[in-house]
Design a binder for this molecule. Sequence first.
Ligand SMILES: Nc1ncnc2c1ncn2[C@@H]1O[C@H](COP(=O)(O)OP(=O)(O)OP(=O)(O)O)[C@@H](O)[C@H]1O
Length: 360
Amino acid sequence: MFIKTLRLEHFRNFSNASLSPSKGINVIAGANGSGKTSLLESIYCFGFGRSFRPGSFRQLIQHEREQFTLFAETLESESTHKLGFRRSVNGETTLRIDSANEPKLSNLARHVPLQLLTPESVELILGGPKNRRQYLDWGVFHVEHQFYSLWVSYSKLLKQRNSLLKQRRWHKEGKYWDQQLADIGEKIDELRQSYIERFRPYLSRLIVEFLPEYDFSFELRSGWSKQDASLADALNRLVEQDTKYGYTTAGPHKADLRILANGEDAKVLLSRGQLKLLVTALKLAQGRFFTDTTSRKCVYLVDDLTAELDRQNQAKLCSALVQSESQVFVTAISEKLTNDYFSEVANNVFHVEHGRITDK
Ligand SMILES: Nc1ncnc2c1ncn2[C@@H]1O[C@H](COP(=O)(O)OP(=O)(O)OP(=O)(O)O)[C@@H](O)[C@H]1O
């Protein structure tokens, strides 16, 4: 998938701006506060329905305005799609695909597979399990089409169980729903486990490129104890505890991807720069696996490419991005990056200044 054109209306510091990126490397250059990250954020909205920065969606709407609107024209397998995303201060969201309103964000997201790398991406390793589940589920969502509907059903049943637990009504009605919750929960786990098994060789290959000095291992923890033969058994065993807490403590919503370097938790062993390299490898590996399994390409968004990487590793990352033959958006204070790392390939440089975009 390639973005042919992108238009931003009243998004952050952009009043009305557009760009026609190249199919390859696009460098977004500009001073601090010019709007580089905001530009990446606007693309990210199509793939995730939200920003990657903290704060409410209201902060994305330009000050003094009622709504922002984003348009993108994409090209995939010789078909063009027109996508629209609008959010208003009153919370209303409008999605459009090819001139029709689209009720489901998941359908828009399927059109725009994205991998994001920012200085904050190390939270994938340092942060809680939710970050790693989101990472993993991006892959499962884009590769296994039944995953999303299973996840929606599971979330509904989980909400219902939690409400019964809170109201201490589980003993009256809960047993029946638990079996359904467990069946769907097990299916979600199977899809994740099968994904990680197929994905593991890609991970290993890329990690050797970026961090050859460590021996990494990855283990997907299902979200319930191995001492239980099934999720149904775990839910049954934990019902008294769950009633006390008022929520469900076992299930795929508690899964985690354990990442070990030389047998130790990666977050306690690696330096900040090494964590960034690990995350870089994780993101690139997921993009490669996605391409090999679906014959589609994702778009890479790289904010502040030079942050925390030495020159050798910056060059490695750039060469991996070029090799991916995907569309890439990288931000940098200076366009010098283009000459240093991307001079051999066709690339576009866009200058951003106070929310205005000009190409070279
Ligand atoms: N809702 C908004 N309305 C108007 N301006 C905004 C809004 N939200 C943020 N801004 C401004 O937009 C500008 C662009 O911020 P952005 O983070 O995109 O810059 P950047 O070019 O990535 O900067 P840096 O190089 O420092 O990371 C900032 O000056 C910020 O104050």
